[in-house]
Ligand binder design. Structure first.
Ligand code: XIL
Length: 315
């Protein structure tokens, strides 16, 4: 089972305490931003690889698996990609981007988020530049291009708001079934899992199972549990219970192949910048001291290891 964290590139290069904790606590890593299109190709044809390279080298030195995030995301398109281009130009640029990035890291990235957040809350395909210009086939194309560039990588479709049995989750299940019926190489579904401390998803286990039942892997890809500030010991206990619940669901479903938190320290989390009034979403506090959620995960992993020993045939 891969237990990973998203990694902040600056901290990785500048903060030895951050990197040593990352190396010690996790056996997988995801680039938080370094592999997004805008960062990788700031100008047309000009690639900025060092951030992504650095993380991959770190992971390899520490025996960690690398999860690539993300190839196609409406929210991270370089500014030089023009909405006025003819469709064919956009398609070519997108294809070249996917091909260039996936082939560069061929054999070194075990899984890719090929498309990120392609659905709207109501379950329809999200209105993006890609959908508008290229139609729904851009999704299948992206998977095929990625597969051609690295046939060994596991290819995921990743989204938020699908942890419980929402309309969006229903729509994603339908989309995944359709894509697989058409022979599109979709191997897995990523459940981002950005959760609020007082709103744990309902029936995550059952939901993971119904995806597993269509033959794909599932993964928790971006878990954090944000707390309304100020924190109190009670809130941190409830947060710990949510972390534990999500890990337990993943451990319960054999198709759940990886469990990743979206950053491990409150010092470097995206939450305060994006969710007003919330913070303290991670396993370690701002001084890198473990919080109750960290202990909860250790306990849960220990319990699971105990179960495995008792019945070696499970999983
Ligand atoms: C976020 C990063 O954490 C931020 O640093 C960045 O400014 C914006 O993106 N869903 C995703 C992630 O798939 O890529 C987002 O990451 C968080 C929401």
């Amino acid at each position: 089972m891969r237990i990973g964290s998203a990694v902040d590139g600056r901290s990785l290069s500048l903060d030895p305490a951050y990197s040593s904790l990352l190396g010690a606590e996790f056996n997988a890593v995801t680039t938080e931003n370094a592999m997004k299109w805008r960062n990788l190709e700031p100008l047309p044809g000009v690639y900025a690889w060092p951030g992504a390279d650095q993380l991959i080298e770190f992971a390899e030195r520490h025996g960690q698996a690398v999860y690539g995030h993300t190839l196609v995301w409406h929210s991270d398109v370089p500014t030089w990609v023009s909405p006025d281009w003819p469709a064919e130009r956009l398609r070519t640029e997108l294809r070249d981007h996917v091909t260039e990035v996936v082939s560069r890291y061929r054999g070194r990235v075990w899984a890719w988020d090929v498309v990120n957040e392609v659905l709207d809350e109501d379950g329809s395909l999200r209105e993006t530049l890609f959908l508008r210009k290229l139609g729904r086939r851009y999704i299948a194309d992206a998977f095929r291009w990625a597969h051609a560039a690295d046939p060994g990588a596991r290819l995921f479709i990743n989204d938020y708001g699908i942890e419980g049995r929402t309309r969006k989750a229903d729509a994603l299940l339908k989309l995944v079934k359709e894509l697989r019926r058409e022979g599109v190489p979709v191997d897995g579904v990523g459940f981002q899992s950005h959760i609020a401390w007082d709103q744990p998803p309902r029936d995550l286990t059952g939901n993971l199972r119904r995806f597993a039942d269509v033959g794909v892997s599932v993964a928790i890809t971006e878990l954090d549990v944000r707390v309304e500030l100020p924190t109190t010991p009670e809130k941190l206990e409830r947060q710990a219970a949510v972390y534990r619940q999500v890990l337990r669901s993943c451990l319960t479903v054999p198709a759940c192949v990886s469990f990743t938190v979206w950053g491990f320290t409150d010092a470097r989390s995206w939450i305060p910048g994006y969710h007003r009034g919330y913070g303290a979403a991670c396993l370690f506090d701002g001084n890198l001291a473990p919080k109750p959620a960290h202990q909860a995960l250790i306990d849960e992993l220990g319990r699971h290891a105990g179960t495995d020993r008792a019945s070696p045939t499970t999983n």
